[in-house]
Ligand binder design. Structure first.
Ligand SMILES: Cc1cc2nc3c(=O)[nH]c(=O)nc-3n(C[C@H](O)[C@H](O)[C@H](O)COP(=O)(O)OP(=O)(O)OC[C@H]3O[C@@H](n4cnc5c(N)ncnc54)[C@H](O)[C@@H]3O)c2cc1C
Length: 371
């Protein structure tokens, strides 16, 4: 019997998770990607991302062991100007993206190829193509503005400076808050490769970059060169109604479906989970919609908190700095550690972040599949 065919646009993380799951369910899967090879957008890849994640349970949920690509962080100081706290980093991981051998994309690509998934590179989603796409086509185009424009999905543009390359340290990160950007500066290193990003919702001046560079040199003793300016990365945060599994007859997958933490914009755990959910939308639409709605149930409230409360507090970096200086950074570190140990005594419980998966979720899914 001829296999049913599914077309996917976007050979990134979520697109490949969806493809692997569909191939395992007996579908012939073809992934199209606008780039000439795998590894995503070359404007900022290879890169390293940080995410809180319960990687064992997430792997079980999606049915793919992605844990070899996730390395636990050793430290992640958070700076408000030069004042710093060290929150515990249990369940916080660094993951490499792009086309290097140690990346998550390489791990997924190898599994996808083994499962018989076919790839067509240099094949961009376009208005012409959208008109003729078969039912159940999956769109997993990540954070590129053109796909959002083509599909009429509300987005917010981001701006920033990034620098990346080989380095002599791993599994270390920092975060920096300052008035010169609306979001944050952060560096993560893993597999002896670093990615440093200073990003904002407003254009970031060369003076702001200079300020960040002087901070990293002063406080971390690190100087990165080869900075490039990034424009055109977008996030689906323009509206609190952004999360959508189905749109104009297509299935959305990954960040473009709004499956992204609306506060700090962590997109890795949402991307992985939504790959599985988008695949389910092909062979079990009801469960897929239920899972999509369940995972995204807090999107509206968190989106509201970020837009209407955090955005008012965030520009006052001094306001965060003062209590740290008053209480003492190391005393505050101890307090935060104790509080986190109370909630999570062995450092192994899933964090209460959006898109946390529990063992119960995995069991429910299995039960559902066997009905
Ligand atoms: C610079 C940067 C830093 C980030 N840092 C973090 C972090 O530290 N922690 C975290 O949790 N999240 C982070 N994120 C967010 C996270 O990486 C994304 O949310 C996640 O990778 C999205 O996965 P995805 O599968 O949706 O898309 P991707 O993995 O980005 O894949 C999208 C694919 O679609 C292809 N594509 C795009 N447009 C088209 C088109 N028109 N036609 C065909 N193919 C197309 C691309 O080439 C790419 O291969 C960051 C994002 C960026 C951009």
């Amino acid at each position: 019997m001829q296999k049913k065919e599914v077309t996917i646009f976007g050979a990134g993380m979520s697109g490949m998770v969806a493809a692997i799951d569909l191939a395992r369910h007996g579908y012939k899967v073809i992934i199209h990607d606008r780039e000439k090879g795998f590894g995503g957008d070359p404007r900022y890849n290879p890169s390293v991302h940080t995410t809180p994640i319960d990687i064992a349970t997430t792997s079980e949920y999606i049915g793919i062991d992605v844990s070899p690509s996730f390395n636990p962080l050793i430290r992640c100081p958070i700076y408000f100007h030069d004042t710093c706290i060290h929150p515990p980093v249990d369940m916080v991981f660094a993951v490499e993206r792009g086309n290097r051998a140690s990346s998550l994309d390489t791990l997924l690509l190898n599994i996808a190829v083994k499962e018989g998934v076919e790839f067509e590179f240099n094949s961009e989603l376009s208005l012409e193509k959208i008109k003729g796409l078969p039912e159940n086509t999956i769109i997993a185009c990540g954070l590129r503005e053109d796909a959002y424009q083509l599909l009429g999905i509300p987005y917010i543009p981001c701006y920033g400076w990034c620098s990346m390359g080989e380095c002599g340290f791993s599994d270390y990160a920092w975060v920096w808050f300052d008035e010169c950007i609306t979001e944050y500066g952060y560096m993560t290193a893993t597999n002896n490769y670093y990615f440093d990003l200073l990003f904002s919702l407003t254009p970031v001046s060369p003076e702001a970059l200079q300020r960040y560079k002087s901070f990293t040199k002063r406080m971390e003793g690190v100087e990165h060169e080869n900075w490039r300016y990034l424009v055109g990365g977008v996030v689906p945060m323009a509206s609190s109604d952004n999360p959508r599994l189905r749109h104009r007859g297509l299935i959305l997958c990954g960040t473009i479906s709004g499956f992204m933490d609306p506060f700090a914009w962590f997109g890795i755990h949402g991307g992985l989970l939504s790959g599985k959910v988008a695949a389910m939308a092909v062979y079990d639409p009801q469960t897929a919609q239920r899972e999509f709605d369940r995972f995204n149930k807090n999107f509206k409230i968190v989106h509201f908190l970020k837009r209407h409360i955090w955005s008012k507090l965030r520009p006052r970096v001094n306001m965060f700095e003062k209590p740290i200086s008053l209480i003492g950074a190391s005393r505050l570190d101890n307090l935060i550690s104790k509080m986190m140990r109370r909630v999570n005594p062995h450092g192994t419980k899933p964090l209460p972040f959006p898109y946390t998966v529990t063992r119960q979720d995995v069991q429910n899914l299995r039960q559902n599949a066997s009905l």
